[in-house]
Write a protein that binds this ligand. Structure first.
Ligand SMILES: [Fe+2]
Length: 283
């Protein structure tokens, strides 16, 4: 794998709702992450807006519709549509969640965790290999999700399960740092130990986000500024990993663009580059 430490690109997940603001501040980002499902089924206006970004700024893709944890092979037509979309958008990096979002015939409309067993890992490995065979032009990555329940039959830890699948399928790790913080808080483990147990050279993309506490539970809402705790863990991650991109995810309270701008600046400060690679500060 390449060494990206000196050139980690920092950007945001593209959201059509703040298209005008994003375009007006494009020089402040090194990269934008497209939700590829939104390009495929989000309507003509959104599709055209995303397509118009090609050539203006590097793009990477994130998916939400694959459900790589479902116990049947992913839908071939869906994968072919993803492959075509990546080609149209000149995108070579495509990540998805290590999760279950559907069972045959039913979309569960949620990212659900998987029982972490050898049997499930084997099915996911089959599915990922199928994905990679249908989308050979892209590098494929898997993201650690946050979860609100766990399975008693799990025999592996989160990192062990993620590592096994990524190693066996030659997939990179999309490390969601907020999800590590959320899970470590809710399930009482050391977030740095989780980071330490990942193969550092496979962590090629990073997600950052902000959530909130509901009573004692930390919620991964993508609605708030990134917490100091999560920025602190990013700092730790950057000491051991060499990601090629760091993406801020915001999916709620999108009108608070000043918070998004401040988060991007905070991430740049943690990474230690200030705004030197951005042509101008975020307005
Ligand atoms: Fe994420």
């Amino acid at each position: 794998m390449m060494n990206f430490k000196q050139s980690a690109q920092i950007g945001i997940g593209y959201r059509y709702e703040i298209h005008d603001w994003t375009l007006a501040n494009l020089d402040s980002f090194d990269v934008l992450e497209i939700t590829i499902d939104h390009y495929l089924v989000g309507g003509a206006a959104r599709r055209e807006a995303i397509a118009a970004l090609v050539g203006q700024i590097p793009l990477i893709a994130h998916g939400i519709g694959l459900s790589v944890g479902t116990a049947v092979l992913p839908d071939q037509t869906y994968l072919d549509n993803i492959a075509r979309a990546l080609d149209e958008l000149e995108i070579e990096w495509y990540s998805e969640h290590l999760a279950l979002t559907k069972v045959p015939g039913i979309d569960l409309a949620n990212l659900l965790p998987l029982p972490r067993t050898e049997e499930v890992a084997e099915q996911v490995i089959n599915n990922v290999n199928f994905v990679k065979s249908r989308i050979p032009a892209a590098q494929f990555g898997l993201e650690n999700i946050s979860y609100m329940f766990d399975y008693p039959e799990s025999t592996m830890g989160e990192a062990e399960f993620l590592n096994l699948i990524c190693r066996e399928t030659d997939s990179y790790i999309m490390l969601d740092v907020e999800n590590v913080v959320v899970n470590s808080r809710n399930y009482h483990y050391d977030p740095r130990a989780f980071v330490d147990s990942l193969p550092a050279d496979q962590v090629l993309e990073i997600h950052m986000a902000g959530g909130f506490f509901f009573e004692q539970t930390r919620i991964d809402s993508h609605s708030q500024p990134v917490s100091p705790e999560t920025l602190g863990l990013l700092d730790y991650v950057m000491q051991v990993c060499e990601p090629r991109s760091i993406i801020l995810e915001r999916d709620d309270r999108l009108g608070a663009v000043d918070e998004i701008a401040a988060d991007v600046s905070a991430i740049r400060n943690v990474v230690g580059r200030g705004n030197e690679n951005a042509k101008s500060a975020v307005a």
